[in-house]
Each structure stands twice: as structure tokens, then as C-alpha cells.
Design a protein around this ligand. Structure first.
Ligand SMILES: C[S@@+](CC[C@H](N)C(=O)[O-])C[C@H]1O[C@@H](n2cnc3c(N)ncnc32)[C@H](O)[C@@H]1O
Length: 268
């Protein structure tokens, strides 16, 4: 089965099972949507009237919060069941959200320079080649557009088990290119999905090479020093599971002019 088929099936199931990643926006969150979306102040003070792409972001959380905040929202996801939640929540909240089933590395139906913000929660692990995702984001973003993305960190994905002394074993090579082996501890993996490890040179380097400047980077904390070993927060004390990046799309003429030669343009 291809990674796309496996991941669509897995996320359809997770949506039906009401996974924590398919939580819809609450009334409380809708009262302060930008605060719920962004506690670090990475978003502009208002998103009213801005064109926002919620990428691989089905489930009725991000899309609804942006729409409630007045943005024009398109949400792309591979899973029809996740997108169904966005449609349902948009009806309930009386806002408009455009839903589209597509893979994040192939956004053919979306025009060049059509968004001001791309918001991309954890999901790049489902794609073998991250650079194609970044290139699509660079293409659909306007000059100076904002790209907020979160990814699984490679070290966390290298962990295959916890040993008898409660140490976490790195059992996958850092240079592993194939789908990751299944693991028993699914705290930071989704059972049934096909996932890939992306090294730092891909997570950060490919982003820069795709025409972005990184403005900030954080590692959302999941660790708790009091957590017991069978709790995901125990593992979170040993390795940060996620990285979140705020990046700005360089103006297209800036990319073409730097060093006198074209590094990469989405039109080339
Ligand atoms: C962790 S969930 C993120 C969405 C969720 N609303 C959240 O708050 O975290 C990952 C999402 O990625 C989607 N996904 C997996 N592979 C994808 C692909 N190739 N293209 C687009 N979306 C994909 C899944 O269907 C799922 O909705």
C-alpha cells in the first residue's frame, strides 16, 4: 500500500475515533482565536481579510479559529473524514471554510501567490521528501508571506523502545530514508501510518533553500520531571518531540537577484 493510501486510511480512522488530534475548536478558544492558535505572538495582530491556507490541518481546529478571526480560509488535508469535521464545524460556527482533499506536496489546484499565511501543523512525517512540500508552500505564498510549521524531530523518531532501565533506545539510523519501522510506543507515532524521518538539513536547510528566512524557532515542551516512565511526558524529558518554525517567504525578485543567479524560483 502506498504511503498516501495508508495515511489517508489511518487518519480517517483517527477522526472517527475522535483522536486528540481531531479535536475541534471549543467555544472558549473561539472567543480568543488568535491566542489559541499562537501563544508566541508569531501571527499579526489581526488576520481579518487575509488569505490563510491550513495545510494538512483537517479536524476542525485551526481552520475554524482562523475563520472566526475573520480570515479567508482554505484547508487542505489527505483525509476526507478530517475534512468533514471542518465542514461540520464551519456550519455550526456559521463561518465559511473551503475544504480540499490533496497531498501537501502536490497543491496543483491552488494558484501561485494566493496566500498570506500558511499554517502547517505536525504532518511532514507522512511525506518522504520534505523539499516538495516546502516548494509548494513557497509557490502558493505571496512575497513576505508567513509560514508557520511544526514537525516531528528526528531524534524522537529514531527511538524504537524503552529498555529495562527506562532509557530510550535510538534504534533507527539518522540517515534512514525508508518508511520508519512500526514501534510499540505510539505516544509520538500514529499506529497504522507510514512515517519518514527528516534530518535537520532537510527541516531547516531545505526550508532556507526553498526561499524562506527563518525568523524564530521553538521546541514545544512535552516533558514533565514528575512523569512516570509509561507516560509520554517521561519520554518528553529526554528528547523534544517537536520543533516549530516561523519563516518568511523571501520576495521573488530577492531570490533571483541574490548572488547574481537564480537559487530557485517556484516558476522555474
Ligand atoms: C496531526 S494531524 C494535524 C491536524 C490537526 N488539526 C492538529 O491540530 O494537529 C496530521 C494531519 O495530516 C494529514 N495528512 C497526512 N498525510 C497527508 C498528506 N500527504 N497531505 C495532506 N495531509 C496529510 C492527516 O490526515 C491529519 O489530518
Amino acid at each position: 500500500m502506498s504511503h498516501l493510501d495508508a495515511n489517508e486510511r489511518t487518519w480517517d480512522r483517527l477522526a472517527r475515533e475522535n483522536s486528540q488530534f481531531a479535536n475541534v475548536a471549543s467555544d472558549e478558544e473561539c472567543e480568543h482565536p488568535l491566542l489559541a492558535l499562537d501563544r508566541r505572538g508569531w501571527l499579526p495582530g489581526s488576520v481579518k481579510g487575509l488569505d490563510v491556507l491550513c495545510l494538512a490541518s483537517g479536524g476542525g481546529w485551526q481552520s475554524i479559529l482562523y475563520a472566526v478571526a475573520g480570515a479567508n480560509v482554505t484547508v487542505v488535508d489527505l483525509s476526507p473524514e478530517m475534512l468533514k469535521r471542518d465542514d461540520q464545524q464551519a456550519r455550526i460556527r456559521n463561518v465559511h471554510v473551503k475544504t480540499m482533499q490533496a497531498s501537501m506536496d502536490d497543491l496543483l489546484e491552488l494558484g501561485d501567490s494566493s496566500f498570506d499565511i500558511v499554517h502547517h501543523p505536525v504532518s511532514s512525517c507522512y511525506i518522504p521528501k520534505l523539499k516538495f512540500v516546502y516548494q509548494e508552500v513557497a509557490r502558493v505564498l505571496r512575497d513576505e508571506g508567513l509560514y508557520i510549521s511544526q514537525h516531528k524531530q528526528p531524534t524522537s523518531l529514531q527511538i524504537v523502545e524503552r529498555d529495562q532501565r527506562n532509557r530510550y533506545v535510538l534504534g533507527v539510523s539518522y540517515y534512514h530514508n525508508d518508511p520508519l519501522p512500526a514501534v510499540q510506543d505510539t505516544a509520538y507515532r500514529e499506529e497504522g501510518s507510514i512515517e519518514y524521518l527528516h534530518r535537520w538539513e532537510e527541516l531547516v536547510g531545505e526550508l532556507c533553500r526553498s526561499g524562506f528566512v527563518i525568523e524564530d524557532l521553538s521546541e514545544p515542551r512535552r516533558g514533565d520531571p514528575k512523569a512516570k516512565p509509561d507516560d509520554f511526558r517521561h519520554r518528553g524529558m529526554f528528547t523534544a518531540p517537536y520543533v516549530r518554525m516561523k519563516a518568511r517567504r523571501k520576495a521573488r525578485d530577492e531570490i533571483t537577484e541574490s548572488s547574481g543567479q537564480t537559487i530557485w524560483t517556484p516558476d522555474s
